[in-house]
Design a binder for this molecule. Structure first.
Ligand SMILES: [Fe+2]
Ligand SMILES: [Fe+2]
Length: 165
């Protein structure tokens, strides 16, 4: 059984992960508008990954006997100044999500919910990966600056991303 406090926090995190999917899908639309279809493909895959995070929390909350409650998903931004600005936003967003997961993990501890703590360790590791991936792409985009060839090369590289959950 899960405490009401932890149940509420899990529901909030389901919403955060769903919003992440929505945000990255909006970025995919932005990249399509620039004909950067490789960047767009990467974002669409990332959106799917975020939905799989939401579902992991959804299924776990159900298993723990909690009541799932879906909240309003806010409208994401639609435009960014540049690919660099978009990936800088990804990087900042993932840092924010890391903070949410850390808070949830600490709450699971203070609510003495061991299964939730164990499950959330997966998310803690996943956030290390998410932050590192975003930071590396921001670094590449900073090196590329306004070099069109560099941007096309990165577009091809990101478009080759393999699906992972
Ligand atoms: Fe996520
Ligand atoms: Fe990931």
């Amino acid at each position: 059984m899960i405490s009401k406090k932890l149940e509420t926090a899990f529901n909030k995190q389901i919403n955060e992960e769903t919003f992440s999917a929505y945000l990255y899908l909006s970025m995919a639309a932005y990249f399509h508008s620039l004909s950067l279809d490789g960047f767009a493909a990467w974002m669409k895959m990332q959106a799917q990954e975020e939905m799989s995070h939401a579902m992991k929390l959804f299924n776990f909350l159900d298993e723990l006997g909690g009541r799932i409650s879906l909240l309003t998903v806010k409208e994401p931004e639609k435009n960014w100044k540049s690919p660099l600005a978009a990936f800088t936003a990804v990087s900042r967003h993932e840092q924010y999500i890391t903070g949410c997961i850390d808070g949830l993990y600490q709450l699971a501890g203070s609510e003495k919910c061991n299964p939730a703590q164990i499950m959330l360790q997966w998310f803690i590791k996943e956030q290390v990966e998410e932050e590192s991936t975003a930071a590396k792409i921001v670094l590449r985009l900073n090196q590329i600056k306004d070099n069109a060839n560099g941007l096309w090369m990165l577009d091809r590289e990101l478009g080759a991303r393999q699906h992972k959950t």
